[in-house]
Ligand binder design. Structure first.
Ligand code: SF4
Ligand code: FES
Length: 253
């Protein structure tokens, strides 16, 4: 395949960035999107030019480290089917056509400042987790797995919420730059389990305060976040979080 890549380049010093065009020839349609970028970087390196900075780690769709806006859509929305989104590392070149021009940009959000080229700083997510995304328990020997009964329905919903990999695509897709889908996934994951319930209201208050402090926007139920989420995190989690928040406000937290 021959493709033209239109890639956002920006220096680490915070100076203005711009889209630059690169032509790539002879790319296998079986290569992954990131392998294609690896090939480009090898060519740039051989020419003595600076390689393009982009993030990845597992390249198996599980770590949440990769994240590119491909042709205007976070993660490219090139999953096996329209309602089965995927991570950037699981996008393959066979989803594009020979001769395509592909535009590649970083996540764009005030709360995710660009570090360089396509790499953004997502540590705001870490600080939201630090604010309350945990359960305070005395450590000791692990209890028997079945010592604390959990209703099957709650266990399933909690597990589904725990599938969030913290990639940040929801923020990149949201016109408000809101991280409510991410935050609600963490709140729901812990808040449905007996071990997490005692701290529910304080957790929601603390995590949402941190969410706002980081500069993420408000949720106005647009739903772009869930539409691009590679792990199928649903808007129901935001509804759950809002119910907890209403209780917290009522209690004066
Ligand atoms: S909610 Fe989905 S899109 Fe947002 S960080 Fe989690 S996995 Fe990524
Ligand atoms: S590199 Fe780990 S999810 Fe893409």
């Amino acid at each position: 395949m021959n493709v033209t890549l239109r890639i956002w380049r920006q220096n680490a010093d915070g100076s203005d960035g711009a889209l630059h065009d690169y032509k790539l020839t002879g790319i296998s349609e079986d290569s992954s999107f990131l392998e294609m970028l690896d090939v480009l970087n090898e060519e740039l390196f051989a020419r003595g030019e600076e390689p393009i900075a982009f993030d990845s780690d597992c390249r198996e769709g599980i770590c949440g480290q990769c994240g590119l806006v491909i042709n205007g859509v976070p993660h490219g929305n090139e999953g096996p089917s329209a309602d089965q989104n995927t991570t950037t590392c699981q996008v393959h070149m066979r989803h594009f056509k020979d001769g395509d021009t592909i535009t590649i940009e970083p996540w764009r959000s005030t709360a995710f400042p660009i570090i360089k080229d396509l790499v953004v700083n997502r540590s705001a997510f870490d600080r939201i987790i630090q604010a309350g995304g945990y359960i305070s328990v005395n450590t000791g020997a692990a209890p028997d797995a079945h010592a604390t009964p959990v209703p099957k329905q709650d266990a399933d919903r909690s597990f589904e919420a725990a599938a969030c990999i913290g990639c940040g695509a929801c923020v990149a897709a949201c016109p408000n730059g809101s991280a409510m889908l991410f935050t609600s996934a963490k709140v729901t994951h812990l808040g449905l389990l007996p071990q997490g319930k005692p701290e529910n209201l304080q957790r929601v208050t603390d995590m949402l305060n941190q969410h706002d402090e980081e500069g993420f926007g408000s949720c106005t139920n647009i739903g772009e976040c869930a539409a691009v989420c590679p792990k199928g995190i649903s808007l129901d989690n935001i509804a759950f979080m809002n119910r907890q928040l209403a209780k917290a406000v009522f209690k004066g937290l």
